[in-house]
Every structure is written in structure tokens, then in C-alpha cells.
Design a protein around this ligand. Structure first.
Ligand SMILES: *[C@@H]1O[C@H](CO)[C@@H](O)[C@H](O)[C@H]1NC(C)=O
Ligand SMILES: *[C@@H]1O[C@H](CO)[C@@H](O)[C@H](O)[C@H]1NC(C)=O
Length: 654
């Protein structure tokens, strides 16, 4: 009887051990294995300008066309690996072996630049590490022990005279210069899968390369004491880059085994059982008290996971931050770091890892806080364009919704064009060239959203305060809180929500309640007028305010043949009259009351770059008629095809 009780206890203890400490045995090794990269495991990777899809890590993003130029990126396994430690007087060094499958395919002829397996104490992607630098170092960290990086490079381009050829492996320490390099017989960038194994026995780094696991050949062996160059805790992963020459840089599978010199505990079984018994007693004792709290926490966790899984469905999802990191970065959201307040929250300036960032705290009172949050992360998070404000990351913890952007030193455009009479900062007036470049930059961003990215995106809130200026006064479109991705060819259902900012909203929105490509173009037309005339848009829907609408005002000047009078007096006549005129006419064309008559952003861009002439606009402002008549077929602007006005498309909020 007593024997069977003991036996039962032992089985029970073993069960507890297995179910409560499932990874105990693995803790003596640093081990992970990815045969592919499903979204469920996305959190096991730390990525910097690097994407994943189910099948691969895209160490640099796989994008289309010239958006693939000049990229660099890094991806690491999430947890650091203890490479060495001082144990008494003895320096203990870990050993490891890692095997991965690469796929590099040229997208230009020749392709560029290369990919590397890296071990580093500093996972952040160095700035300007694209091109020849392979994401390993940049021109200022090259050759410096500060870089704390050892790389096994797979160089696919001869970009330095020191490079032996355009298809070699090399071992690099804190530098792009290889201490040892060997030409390879496999063709790295042929688009074929290539298997690599890298081993370190505590003294030597050895690399094997082949088309398959069974064909691995030793290609490199170098005596190296990693503890001389790297800190105790390191991250392992990959870096890659492209230049004017481009290629996809993918890792298809990845396995890593290392000894864990951190955990030298040799707990024997009896000791373990005692611990389990004590823990068990404590658990039952405290368990009930915790039960209710836990339940509450679980609900919150589920909510957070919901948001997270939504966001993670996107290949290039931005980084997830911890609330604590962002509190530290912004001085606990100190009022003195406040940059501004928008419809959906307050923006704070912060410093994170020596980098200036802007943190938007989505206000709890915002009606669709969560929807806007997800819209913003999933729309701009997956977009890359030099005229869009880059979203670095996000955080959802303890009911706080936070978005992290790159910091724009010059703030928003409205501050520059609507000079506050009280402060009267006249010296901040933008000159004509800068204004034209801002209009051009915004047009490029919008054209990209409408026609350049995988799924058409409507911004729905184009206005001066959503255009930010970087250090060179180049325009960057921001605030995607209202943005929506268009899922075309879906069944018809109408969104009744009218969104946008009065004064920038096309007249038909008030009837249809629906945003379209053409309503974005309308808002862009208003923006042109503001930037050129230095005048607020006014509100055209209130009849008594009729004359204050910038569109009506400008059209009236146009009717009188005095359109140049609209120029901002602060420009003091310093502009090209010809340029001024066609840009204003373009603004009017964008604000045509009939949406069918508005130019597409593609045409707008052609006009701005001088490839097309400004569209004709009638001298008398046409009145708004609904439903609007489409123009005759011959006048149809082909690039509008597939827009909201053609019968089949519809937007849905995500
Ligand atoms: C890539 O960088 C090079 C060198 O800085 C530059 O000349 C080139 O214009 C860049 N290409 C693109 C498409 O931005
Ligand atoms: C990078 O640094 C190494 C020294 O580690 C030096 O030999 C090499 O010339 C440098 N390369 C460039 C392009 O600056």
C-alpha cells in the first residue's frame, strides 16, 4: 500500500516536473530550430528592417522594383547566447554549431551585395550599413572594437579591391575587411538553396558550404578567440544588404545548438522532487488567492494577443516595444517632452538607444482607439517610402496603445505655413523651392499609397498638420490613424462613418459617406492651395462660410484672371510665375467638384515633374452635381481604372 502511494507520488512528481518545467533539460543547451518561419513564432526573432513570411526570413525586405535598392537589415534569435564567462579564474568559452539554408537570388545584373551570419553584442542595425557594408558595420564603426561583431560573410559582389571575387566566404572581425576569405565553388546568388554549417569549438571557427546537407564541404577554418572581440552575452543571426545592385537575401531554415555555460546546476532528482513538493504546497495555498487575479490578467493577455496576432499577420510588422522602455525613453511621458496633440492622442519626444523617436500615446477616449492603432501599425508598418514617416514600433500593455516613429526634427508643415500672428515667427517662412519640393514629396507618397504598393491604401486625412518635415525640410506623410487598405472586388457594403477633416473633404463624401482615391486627391488639392497661398482651408460646407473656403476663393481669382494674386504674400514675389500658375491650376483640378474630372495622383506627379501639362480647368467653378457624370470615354484617365468610381470596388476597415 505504502509502496504504491510512493510510486504514485513519484509518477505525479514526474508529471508535474514535465508539465511545469517543460524545458528544464534543454536549459543546459542554447538550442533552437526553425524548419520554416510561421507567424506563430515571429516573436522568437528580433528583426531590424528585416521581414519574415512563412517560408523565410527576408534579411533584407523583398520589395518590388527600385524600392529594393540600398537596403540593409538584420534578424536575430530573440534570446542572447552566453558566449563566455569568467568562472573563478578560468575563462569558460561556449561551443556551438549552427546550420542554415540560404537562398539568394539576383534581381539585377549583377546582383548585390551579400549576406552574413553574425555574432554580436550590439544587435541594432548600424545606420548607413547598406551597399558594400552588408549590414555588418558602417563607415564609422568599420575597424573599431566598438562594433563588437564577428561575421561569416557570403559576399556576392566585389565591392572593395580587397575582395578576391564576387562569390566568396570570409571571416570578418569588427570590420568589412575579411581576415580570411575563400572563393566558393557553389554559386551563391544563383537562386539555388545553399546549406551552410558554422562550428565553433572554443578555439576555431569552421565553415562548411554545399548545395545540400549531404554535400557540405569544409571551406574555411580559422583560429579565433571570440571572447577577445565579443562581450559575454551575444546575439546570433543574419545581416544583409543591397545597393544599386539588388538581390533577395533569404534564410529558409535555421538550427542552432550551443552549450549553455550559464547554467551549471546539477540538481539531482531527489532535490528536484523536494522542490516540486514544496512548490506544490505553496501553489495550492496561494493558488486560490491568485485565481481571481489571474483570471483578470488572462483576459487582458488575450486582448493583447488579439492585437498582436493581427499585427503579426503582416510580413514586415514593426518592432514590439515594452511599455517600460517607452516610459524610460519619454521620461514617463513628461509634459516637457510633449510634441503635440492630434485627434487620436498625444505625441512625445523620446530617446531610445541614442536615437531620437516620437511616441504617440493613443488616447483612451478616442472612440476607435484600437481600430486606429491596428490600422496604423498594419498599414504604414508594411510600407516603405522615403516620403512616409517610418513606423519603428508599437506597444500594447496595460491598456496603453503606443506607436513609435522616427523623429522629425522640424515638426509639422502647418507651423510653417500658417504663421501664428502672436508668435509671428516670420523667419520660418518657407521659400518657394521648399514649398514645391514639399508638394512634390507629398504627391510621391500619395501616388505610392494609391498605385505603388501591394494593396491600395487610402490615407483619408491629408492635411498640413499631417505632413512632417525632416531635417532637410523634405515632406514625410504621417498619421495613418484613418488610413484603410482597399480590399477590392468585395461585395458591396457601405461604411456610414464620415471621417476626415472639414475643409479637406470632397463634397461627395457628405453624400456617400465613403472615402475614395478621388477624395484623397481632393484633400491633396486643398493642401497645394494652403502651401502656395499660406491660407487655412476654411469650411466649404457651411453655407455662411462659403467665401472662406479656399477652393471657392481661388476659383474666383481664377475666373477674374488674377490667379497669381493668390500667392502667399510672405513669398514677397520670389517665385517663378509660370510654375506658380500651373501648380495652382493643378490644385484647382484636384478639387474639381466632379470626382471623375480630378486627375489621378499619377497624372499629378507627371505634371509636377514636367512630363505632362496641367489639366485644363473651367474658368467658372462647375457646380456640384450628384450623381456625378463620368466623362466621355476618350477623356478617361486610364490610371483611375480600378478606383472607387468604377463599379466593383469597396473599402473595408481592417
Ligand atoms: C543608392 O546609393 C547610392 C550611393 O549612395 C546612390 O548613388 C544611389 O542613387 C542610391 N540608389 C537609390 C535608388 O536610392
Ligand atoms: C575597414 O577597416 C579595415 C580595418 O579593420 C581596413 O583595413 C579597411 O580598409 C576598412 N575599409 C574601408 C572601406 O574603410
Amino acid at each position: 500500500m505504502s509502496f504504491s502511494l510512493v510510486f504514485k507520488f513519484l509518477i505525479f512528481a514526474a508529471f508535474i516536473r514535465i508539465s511545469f518545467f517543460p524545458h528544464v533539460s534543454c536549459k543546459n543547451f542554447h538550442h533552437f530550430n526553425f524548419s520554416d518561419f510561421p507567424y506563430e513564432r515571429i516573436n522568437e526573432l528580433r528583426r531590424f528592417d528585416s521581414g519574415i513570411n512563412k517560408y523565410a526570413i527576408q534579411v533584407t525586405y523583398d520589395l518590388s522594383g527600385d524600392r529594393m535598392n540600398n537596403l540593409s537589415g538584420r534578424s536575430f534569435y530573440r534570446d542572447p547566447f552566453t558566449l563566455w564567462r569568467i568562472n573563478g579564474k578560468k575563462n569558460t568559452t561556449a561551443t556551438f554549431s549552427t546550420t542554415f539554408k540560404l537562398n539568394i537570388a539576383n534581381q539585377s545584373n549583377p546582383g548585390g551585395e551579400g549576406l552574413a551570419f553574425i555574432i554580436t553584442g550590439k544587435p541594432d542595425l548600424p545606420r548607413n550599413s547598406e551597399g558594400q557594408w552588408l549590414g555588418i558595420v558602417n563607415s564609422s564603426t568599420n575597424g573599431s572594437s566598438e562594433a563588437q561583431i564577428v561575421a561569416v560573410e557570403f559576399d556576392t559582389r566585389k565591392s572593395f579591391s580587397e575582395d578576391i571575387d564576387d562569390n566568396h566566404i570570409g571571416l570578418n572581425v569588427n570590420s568589412i575587411f575579411s581576415m580570411d576569405q575563400v572563393p566558393l565553388s557553389v554559386k551563391l546568388s544563383s537562386g539555388e538553396n545553399i546549406t551552410v554549417r558554422v562550428e565553433y569549438d572554443g578555439k576555431n571557427m569552421i565553415a562548411f558550404v554545399g548545395y545540400g546537407l549531404m554535400e557540405l564541404n569544409q571551406v574555411l577554418s580559422q583560429n579565433i578567440d571570440l571572447s577577445q572581440y565579443l562581450p559575454e552575452k551575444v546575439f546570433v543571426g543574419f545581416s544583409a544588404s543591397t545597393s544599386n545592385f539588388v538581390q533577395s537575401n533569404c534564410v529558409l531554415s535555421w538550427e542552432f545548438h550551443g552549450t549553455d555555460i550559464d547554467k551549471k546546476r546539477n540538481l539531482n532528482w531527489v532535490w528536484m522532487a523536494v522542490v516540486v513538493a514544496v512548490v506544490l504546497l505553496l501553489l495550492t495555498g496561494v493558488g486560490f488567492c491568485l485565481y481571481r487575479r489571474r483570471k483578470h490578467e488572462l483576459e487582458e493577455l488575450k486582448d493583447a494577443e488579439g492585437i498582436e496576432s493581427h499585427i503579426n499577420d503582416f510580413t514586415m510588422a514593426p518592432k514590439k516595444f515594452k511599455l517600460r522602455e517607452l516610459k524610460k525613453a519619454t521620461g514617463r511621458f513628461s509634459p516637457k517632452n510633449k510634441l503635440g496633440k492630434g485627434g487620436f492622442g498625444t505625441v512625445y519626444k523620446g530617446t531610445w538607444k541614442n536615437r531620437e523617436i516620437a511616441v504617440k500615446r493613443v488616447s483612451e477616449t478616442s472612440r476607435h482607439g484600437k481600430q486606429e492603432f491596428i490600422a496604423e501599425v498594419t498599414t504604414i508598418g508594411s510600407l516603405r517610402h522615403r516620403s512616409l514617416v517610418k513606423l519603428i514600433g508599437w506597444c500594447y500593455e496595460k491598456h496603453e496603445l503606443l506607436l513609435v516613429y522616427e523623429y522629425m526634427p522640424n515638426g509639422s508643415l502647418d507651423k510653417f505655413i500658417f504663421v501664428d500672428e502672436k508668435t509671428g515667427l516670420d523667419e520660418s517662412t518657407l521659400n518657394w523651392e521648399t514649398r514645391v519640393s514639399i508638394i512634390h514629396g507629398t504627391a510621391q507618397a500619395l501616388e505610392y499609397l494609391h498605385n505603388g504598393c501591394e494593396k491600395r491604401v487610402l490615407h483619408r486625412d491629408i492635411k498640413a498638420s499631417n505632413i512632417l518635415l525632416d531635417s532637410d525640410f523634405k515632406a514625410r506623410l504621417g498619421d495613418f490613424g484613418l488610413a484603410r487598405t482597399i480590399q477590392d472586388q468585395k461585395t458591396h457594403h457601405s461604411t456610414n462613418e464620415i471621417a476626415g477633416t472639414p475643409g479637406y473633404m470632397a463634397p461627395e463624401i457628405f453624400l456617400t459617406g465613403r472615402a475614395t482615391v478621388e477624395t484623397d486627391v481632393y484633400a491633396f488639392g486643398v493642401l497645394i492651395m494652403e502651401v502656395v497661398c499660406g491660407r487655412k482651408p476654411g469650411n466649404q460646407c457651411e453655407q455662411n462660410n462659403y467665401n472662406s473656403s479656399i477652393v471657392h476663393w481661388l476659383w474666383e481669382l481664377h475666373r477674374k484672371g488674377r490667379i497669381l494674386d493668390a500667392a502667399d504674400s510672405k513669398l514677397e514675389g520670389n517665385f517663378s510665375e509660370e510654375e506658380m500658375e500651373y501648380i495652382l491650376i493643378l490644385g484647382l483640378a484636384c478639387c474639381h467638384p466632379n470626382p471623375h474630372q480630378r486627375p489621378s495622383m499619377k497624372l499629378v506627379l507627371q505634371v509636377l515633374s514636367g512630363e505632362a501639362t496641367a489639366p485644363e480647368v473651367p474658368t467658372e467653378r462647375p457646380s456640384f452635381v450628384w450623381p456625378a457624370m463620368p466623362p466621355s470615354f476618350s477623356e478617361w484617365d486610364q490610371s483611375l481604372a480600378g478606383s472607387q468610381l468604377t463599379p466593383f470596388s469597396e473599402i473595408t476597415g481592417r
